[in-house]
Design a protein around this ligand. Structure first.
Ligand code: R5P
Length: 265
């Protein structure tokens, strides 16, 4: 890897080999997602605790202070919507040149393995990797969700993650599942785990984080389970405690319980 590529990745993945990425790119196909209606208001208090933030260029330019030093993982695929015909019908929506203008530390796009537009999304990834390699921009591949996709199934996720790595993604975002270690063991690049829809309890969220990092993930790229919580700052601090400080679930949960008692966010 060239210096620039290494340096960008090192901004996201900390010296302990771990990362807590804050995902807030949902609007690119979900529109004004609950509690992310005003991205600046939601994200500002969380940014100091995020190792990187995953957003679109629209949110970067309107809602993140340019003097903020948070590394940007720029969502560069889209062209679909939750009410459209097929979520897998994605294209590259932002050039690598614009990613450099934004000073992104990585670019991210979704791949839809097993879906109608599988080929198109894998070709998007290959093209983005080619450009990324030319200029030193790491690519994060997101193994996307879809009605027909097995996003809880280790065999399916291992397939999607491995294909992403083979096509040159520098790291991959995927879902946690039973036998996750098998997914991690068969993927030669680092994995970060998505949170998914808001879980019932904070314990469930923190257990997911704990299970992810103890079964081969280098961290999380989590959104709704942080900013849809009534105590988002406490939640991201609790996630950090597990990912970076080796806290157990009960220890991390105490951070959230304490915030509830003090009525902090
Ligand atoms: C989905 O395609 C987006 O990339 C989200 O960033 C992703 O789902 C992670 O966010 P959450 O933790 O809310 O699932």
């Amino acid at each position: 890897m060239d210096w620039g590529m290494k340096n960008r990745l090192a901004r996201i993945i900390k010296p302990d080999g771990r990362t807590v990425m804050l995902a807030a790119d949902h609007g690119y196909f979900l529109g004004p997602t609950s509690r992310l209606e005003n991205p600046r208001k939601t994200l500002e208090p969380l940014i100091p605790y995020a190792d990187a933030i995953m957003v679109t260029r629209g949110v970067v330019r309107t809602s993140i202070d340019p003097i903020s030093n948070v590394p940007i993982v720029l969502r560069v695929s889209g062209g679909n919507s939750i009410i459209g015909e097929d979520l897998s019908n994605e294209t590259i929506t932002t050039s690598v040149k614009d990613a450099f203008r934004i000073n992104a530390s990585a670019v991210a796009l979704s791949i839809y393995v097993g879906a109608k537009h599988e080929h198109q999304t894998l070709a998007n990834l290959a093209k983005l990797v080619d450009e990324g390699e030319e200029y030193g921009m790491p690519v994060l591949a997101v193994t996307a969700v879809g009605k027909e996709l097995g996003n809880q199934d280790a065999r399916y996720l291992a397939l999607a993650c491995r294909i992403a790595a083979e096509l040159g993604a520098k790291f991959v975002k995927t879902y946690y599942c039973d036998d996750f270690q098998k997914v991690a063991d068969s993927c030669p690049v680092p994995l970060v785990v998505a949170g998914g829809k808001k879980l019932e309890t904070e314990r469930d969220v923190l257990q997911l984080v704990y299970d992810s990092v103890t079964n081969g993930a280098i961290g999380v790229d989590m959104g709704r389970n942080i900013w849809q919580n009534d105590h988002p700052v406490a939640m991201i601090k609790a996630v950090r405690a597990i990912v970076h400080d080796g806290a157990r679930v009960d220890e991390a949960l105490a951070i959230v319980e304490e915030a509830k008692v003090k009525e902090e966010v």
